[in-house]
Design a protein. Structure first.
Length: 440
């Protein structure tokens, strides 16, 4: 092994490195600091032809549907069409759902055993991680009620998952409703049920409310558009130039929660918790999603358009922490190391997680990247990342969380992907990681 420069401790590194001061003015990042490298991330659009940043009903307009928007905004429409938002919920008409061919891993070949496509009304997802099925009455098919594996996991080479059915809600004794929280996350124009005269979408009683369009379409974020297209003149669509309010509602658990608690289930963070994860990220806690994300482009299938500011747009002074040019190879799966490889570990599980055959006995890996960014360099045991009851992520006095080394390093360093490292040595190296000089 190379010479590890122990005389270059983190404290020295820290005092030499700049602590970037971050001032957010109308979505424009102004960063300053005496020794700071200058950097200018792509600014978020703060002005444009739009004139409505407050009223998301657009003066009581009605919904016209994404296809109508697409007739003028074909550019936005085609980018959005590849995003998981467009396919969050798909109506089933006796046939499997059809997805764009560019979405190479998407697709659900069959409904659960014993069901035909004529027994399904909708598929939830099936586009990036997993699919679940609504029966004709609008209830979500579970193992508990159907007796068969009722979640379809997509191929996910990163954690070694090959497509197939898996158990979903085995303990569910009664039909599981598609409740209003889900309706708000997976549809456009959701309407709550009136308890006096409850209406369900297409009279499917398992769907607790109605909606205008399945999936997260244009008007889910921009509000109803009927008063927008008419001719030139002042336009009246809602545009959330900060991104915060639009994204946070659906990407926090429970729906719309302002609570900082990051929920955990079976030793993994639950999906759609990005708002809470970001709150616990220390340096990024006040960021809105659109600082980094283009709201219209898919991370999974359109990566280069999806991320408008890469890590190095802001952290231009950071190196690759000994992993410059390194590539993980495990069977057919390869991954060129990036900042995200360590700082956005897969500590979230949507559909699947890696088995010990893939990540070894100590490695840990769900199927969704976390937005906590911070790394706990002392601990290799994931249970210390979570509360004693394993129901939430542990936060420090400043409300910050950090991923443990089993999530960060051992999903690769397990003797199956890359060489294995003892926990205490890994902690030792991690603690000093960016300051250790790399050898060619
Ligand atoms: C008849 C054509 C037409 C249709 C249909 C249309 N738009 Fe527009 N939209 C425009 C034009 C023209 C602009 C001005 C943009 C420009 O100058 O590039 C605009 C601007 C916008 C803006 C900027 C904000 C604003 O209010 O100016 C947004 C957001 C937007 N459109 C979204 C939508 C959505 C969502 C739909 C569907 C509900 C839609 N548009 C339907 C023509 C249309
Ligand atoms: C997930 C939420 C979301 C969805 C879905 C969405 N948008 Fe947007 N859109 C935004 C946000 C937020 C902005 C604000 C600017 C930014 O951060 O890029 C924006 C900006 C725009 C703009 C540019 C406004 C300007 O002048 O800067 C247009 C036009 C637009 N959207 C059209 C559409 C159309 C058409 C669709 C559907 C095909 C759509 N959007 C779907 C969130 C969304
Ligand atoms: C109405 C609810 C809703 C809103 C608003 C919303 N999202 Fe989402 N988002 C979802 C759902 C549901 C999924 C997961 C769909 C699936 O894969 O099943 C998702 C998935 C995503 C993905 C993964 C997409 C892919 O194709 O890989 C990104 C990135 C994302 N959202 C970012 C955002 C950002 C940024 C905003 C705000 C501009 C936003 N979302 C607003 C519901 C929403
Ligand atoms: C500091 C930058 C940054 C911020 C802020 C940020 N993201 Fe991300 N996000 C990323 C990057 C980079 C990726 C892609 C990682 C990769 O290459 O797979 C990503 C991936 C995602 C994914 C897909 C994760 C997966 O593994 O399937 C979702 C969903 C998502 N972001 C939603 C959000 C939402 C919602 C917000 C705001 C609450 C947000 N992000 C804020 C940088 C950011
Ligand atoms: C828009 C600019 C921007 C982008 C993009 C960005 N960061 Fe940051 N990051 C910051 C700022 C500002 C801070 C706070 C700096 C400080 O406290 O010294 C920070 C802090 C951090 C921290 C320290 C968090 C803590 O409080 O302990 C980590 C780790 C980090 N960023 C990693 C990343 C990674 C990895 C990416 C890419 C996925 C990324 N950042 C993208 C601006 C950015
Ligand atoms: C091989 C894993 C790994 C990679 C790759 C990696 N980092 Fe780190 N990073 C760490 C570890 C471990 C720490 C905590 C120890 C430390 O501060 O050196 C850290 C700390 C940081 C910090 C906080 C430093 C501070 O002073 O608080 C920032 C910011 C950061 N990394 C950004 C990045 C960026 C940007 C990239 C990509 C250019 C990157 N990292 C690539 C492992 C990694
Ligand atoms: C995405 C997979 C991945 C992650 C995450 C990762 N590594 Fe690595 N690491 C590699 C690969 C691949 C190599 C090169 C292996 C080889 O050359 O045989 C490597 C090499 C190393 C080396 C030797 C570097 C050199 O210059 O020879 C050390 C030390 C190391 N990793 C420690 C860590 C630690 C500690 C962490 C967590 C903070 C970590 N790695 C995270 C894949 C990873």
């Amino acid at each position: 092994m190379q010479n590890r420069n122990r005389s270059n401790p983190l404290s020295l590194f820290r005092s030499a490195a700049c602590r970037v001061g971050c001032l957010v003015v109308l979505g424009l990042l102004v960063l300053s600091g005496a020794d700071c490298p200058s950097f200018s991330p792509v600014p978020v659009a703060t002005e444009g032809p739009f004139n409505n940043t407050t009223d998301n009903t657009n003066d009581g307009a009605s919904f016209i549907g994404a296809a109508a928007c697409g007739s003028c905004h074909s550019d936005y429409f085609s980018v959005h069409s590849l995003h998981a938002h467009a396919h969050a919920l798909t109506p089933i008409l006796g046939q499997p759902p059809v997805f764009p061919s560019a979405a190479t891993r998407a697709g659900v070949p069959n409904p659960p055993a014993g069901f035909s496509w004529n027994d399904a009304s909708y598929v939830i997802g099936g586009y990036t991680k997993r699919a679940r099925f609504l029966d004709l009455a609008g209830f979500i098919v579970t193992n508990g009620t159907s007796g068969v594996d009722s979640q379809w996991n997509l191929d996910f080479p990163a954690n070694g998952t090959t497509a197939g059915f898996a158990a979903y809600e085995t303990a569910q004794a009664t039909p599981l409703a598609f409740d209003f929280d889900m309706l708000q996350v997976y549809t456009t124009g959701p309407m709550m049920q009136d308890p006096a005269a409850p209406l369900s979408q297409e009279n499917r009683v398992g769907i607790q409310g109605e909606f205008v369009e399945a999936g997260v379409q244009c008007e889910a974020c921009h509000g109803p558009g009927s008063k927008h297209p008419p001719a030139p003149g002042p336009r009246t669509l809602f545009v959330d130039s900060q991104g915060t309010q639009t994204c946070n509602a659906c990407h926090s658990v429970p729906y719309g929660s302002a609570d900082a608690t990051i929920s955990v289930s079976d030793g993994y963070i639950v999906p759609q918790s990005q708002h809470q994860e970001l709150l616990a990220s220390g340096g990024h806690s006040s960021f809105s999603c659109t600082f980094c994300h283009d709201p219209h482009a898919s991370v999974t299938y359109d990566r280069s358009n999806a991320i408008r500011n890469a890590c190095t747009a802001c952290h231009s002074d950071m190196n690759m922490a000994l992993h410059e040019g390194k590539t993980l190879t495990r069977g057919d799966y390869t991954e060129t190391l990036s900042c995200e490889s360590c700082h956005m570990p897969f500590s979230v599980r949507d559909g699947s997680s890696a088995t010990a055959a893939v990540v070894g006995a100590v490695g840990r890996m769900g199927d969704t990247r976390s937005h906590i960014f911070r790394i706990n360099t002392e601990n290799a045991d994931f249970t210390t990342m979570f509360s004693d009851d394993m129901m939430s992520v542990r936060l420090d006095d400043e409300g910050r969380a950090a991923a443990t080394i089993d999530f960060v390093c051992f999903r690769c360093h397990n003797g199956i992907g890359a060489f294995s490292i003892q926990a205490d040595l890994a902690a030792d190296i991690a603690n000093n990681m960016h300051a250790i000089p790399s050898t060619p």
